[in-house]
Design a protein around this ligand. Structure first.
Ligand code: ZN
Length: 241
């Protein structure tokens, strides 16, 4: 059997993970954990670039982050399918890699692909633990599904300090040369290709960081509260100075 990973980060589109939680992945890898990334679509509806180019860019980004694997599925960009067949593909991935934690988009997101992925992933993650559901791989149920944030801002469950890994996150984002601001690009202009989009990512990282007394942070939502073993450590850095 292949070696397992500690976490799988599922996303509707390549680059969603880098933008929302690239620093968290690098944090994990530096702590000796293993993490994989699964993109549910090929990004064929994107205004800029092609699916082939975006696949190459996403592989380069995964390398920068230090992911154990990055897999791309084909559930349909701009109309993400969530039928039984798609569910079974996710179940097989969860059973093969046996993660402790699965990351998914918040199911009430603005982009319907994100919202659909945010429902499909936790449901498939639950079904992966049913012994009588026969697919490739043995039953496995991760301990938790953690939601990362993209556009909307639901009440936050926790923030991870990514001050030390922010630079790597931005490096991974810049691996998507066709998608984000690049003064030399001749491709059509889009919202995410404007310089101010990356300014917004920077500002959000600083805002989430400020909430926990860190320079940069990435925020998450969970339906089950995380267990805190040391409440003092949890609020470290918030002292009045
Ligand atoms: Zn997306």
């Amino acid at each position: 059997m292949e070696k397992s990973v500690d976490a799988i980060f599922f996303a509707a589109h390549a680059d969603d993970i880098e933008l929302a939680c690239g620093g968290t992945i690098v944090n994990m890898i530096r702590a000796g954990r293993r993490a994989g990334i699964v993109d549910l679509t090929r990004g064929e509806m994107g205004t800029r670039g092609t699916p082939q180019l975006r696949l190459r860019e996403s592989r380069a980004a995964a390398k920068i982050l230090g992911a154990t694997f990055r897999e791309q599925l084909d559930f349909g960009d701009g109309g993400l399918r969530t039928g039984r067949d798609e569910e079974l593909q996710i179940i097989e991935i969860v059973r093969r890699w046996r993660p402790q934690i699965v990351f998914a988009p918040w199911p009430d997101e603005r982009h319907p692909d994100h919202a659909r992925a945010g429902r499909l992933i936790p449901e498939a993650t639950f079904y992966a633990g049913l012994r009588k559901l026969k697919t490739r791989g043995e039953a496995h149920r991760p301990q938790a599904v953690v939601y990362y944030l993209q556009n909307y801002l639901p009440p936050l469950s926790f923030v991870i300090d990514v001050t030390d890994t922010w630079e790597m996150k931005m490096k991974a984002i810049h691996a998507y040369k066709s998608q984000f601001f690049n003064a030399k690009s001749k491709e059509p202009r889009t919202f995410i290709a404007e310089a101010r989009f990356l300014d917004m990512i920077e500002a959000r990282g600083k805002h989430f960081g400020a909430l926990i007394g860190a320079r940069y942070g990435e925020a998450f939502v969970t339906k089950q509260p995380p267990r805190i073993d040391d409440v003092f450590a949890a609020y470290r850095g918030r002292e009045v100075r």
